[in-house]
Design a protein around this ligand. Structure first.
Ligand code: NAP
Ligand code: GDD
Length: 324
């Protein structure tokens, strides 16, 4: 038997799962990841961070309660991070039922598995600024009313309230992190920052001519995923579980984010972008801007990476990958 602290991460193969695994390994945890079986290779992010052999993978799926109970027993985790989700907002209009099953009911499954097998474990739920949707305050904090605008936002709201409810009903140490958009070189290619960084790299290297985008007037509060996983860990180290907004407090249009990315390689974004209706959404979240004051006060957490640094990091990583 080892005295190492043990953690279980759902969504371990995703962007945040990879960065959180790295952070917890550096802190000396035994890291277990729930691996939802796929026909394609999903371990590239763990490999890119050089930790694929250090994470113990356990077969399971958050829509399958018994697999979660087995994973909890096997990992004996004292901290459980529920990052698993159908996380692409655009897809949630095409697969609303699946999104509800994974992002809503899936959270209840994880909470139930804890209630049955490990009620004393600390639990983190990956909630989202998408729950604010049609914003009800200029700067969104933990007390701002929610108004989701997508099936994804609706499902995540269920997960958020389930987390609050299990905390209040059963005294579980369950925290909900309301994270604003966070990006990195490990971001999925369908999300706009990575689509842009990959597009810019391809245009610069001459393998692509133009980049098709949707609503470039939308504004987001973008931070670096590497900074944000630290906030997740901090929430589970507190004596009392609570809900926290994690954001930078700065909002930027997609247009200005493009400007930064193209400028970095000496190009003008206006010469390379086409607006294409297929990338517009049936209902848009026009602007998000978070107020992370509570996280700074209670957790001592602050973002460290500016949007410029982040976008340059992503463009450079895509140039390196394409050259390889
Ligand atoms: P991501 O890269 O899309 O990763 C999602 C992960 O969930 C993947 O590992 C995926 O596995 C897994 N997954 C999907 N369906 C599953 C299922 N039924 N059972 C178990 N695992 C499943 O997302 P991310 O950016 O890392 O985000 C992590 C979490 O934070 C998500 O819950 C997301 O909704 C939430 N969030 C993200 C942001 C952001 O800006 N990144 C902001 C707020 C909240 P496969 O690789 O096998 O598909
Ligand atoms: N994906 C995408 N592709 N988005 C585009 C495009 C495009 O070609 N053109 C404009 N956009 C706009 C979208 O309409 C949206 O307003 C904004 O860019 C950001 O889109 P995404 O990068 O897809 O992220 P998101 O804000 O919808 O969702 C992400 O952040 C949420 C937190 O607020 C995801 O990571 C969610 O999982 C997360 O919860």
């Amino acid at each position: 038997m080892t005295n190492k602290k043990s953690a279980l991460i759902t969504g371990v193969t995703g962007q945040d799962g990879a960065y959180l695994s790295k952070l917890l390994l550096e802190k000396g945890y035994a890291v277990h990841g729930l691996l939802a079986r796929r026909s394609t290779d999903t371990l590239w992010r763990l490999r890119e961070l050089g930790i694929a052999d250090d994470v113990t993978l356990i077969d399971g799926d958050i829509t399958d309660l018994s697999s979660l109970i087995r994973a909890l027993r096997k990992s004996d985790a004292s901290e459980v991070y529920n990052l698993g989700a159908q996380s692409f907002v655009g897809t949630s209009w095409q697969q609303p039922t699946l999104t509800a099953q994974v992002d809503g009911v899936g959270v209840i499954n994880v909470l139930e598995s804890l209630r049955i097998a490990k009620p004393e474990a600390h639990f983190y739920q990956a909630s989202t600024s998408e729950m604010f949707g049609l914003i009800q305050a200029a700067k969104q904090s933990e007390t701002t009313a929610f108004y989701p605008r997508s099936p994804y936002g609706v499902a995540k709201l269920m997960g958020h309230w389930a987390t609050v409810n299990y905390r209040e009903s059963f005294g579980m140490h369950a925290s909900s992190g309301i994270l604003f958009n966070h990006e990195s070189p490990l971001r999925g290619i369908e999300f706009v920052t990575r689509k842009v960084s990959h597009g810019v790299a391809s245009i610069k290297l001459g393998t692509q001519k133009r980049l098709k985008l949707g609503n470039i007037d939308a504004k987001r509060d973008w931070g670096f995923a590497g900074d944000y996983v630290e906030a997740m860990w901090l929430m589970l180290q507190q004596d009392i579980a609570d809900d926290y907004v994690i954001a930078t407090g700065v909002t930027t249009t997609v247009r200005d984010m493009c400007k930064i990315a193209f400028q970095h390689v000496g190009l003008n974004y206006e010469d390379h972008i086409d607006i294409d209706q297929q990338f517009f959404r049936p209902a848009e979240v026009d602007v998000l801007l978070g107020d992370p004051a509570k996280a700074e006060l209670n957790l001592g957490w602050k973002p460290k990476t500016s949007l410029e640094t982040l976008i340059v990091m992503m463009v450079e990583a895509d140039i390196r990958r394409l050259r390889r």
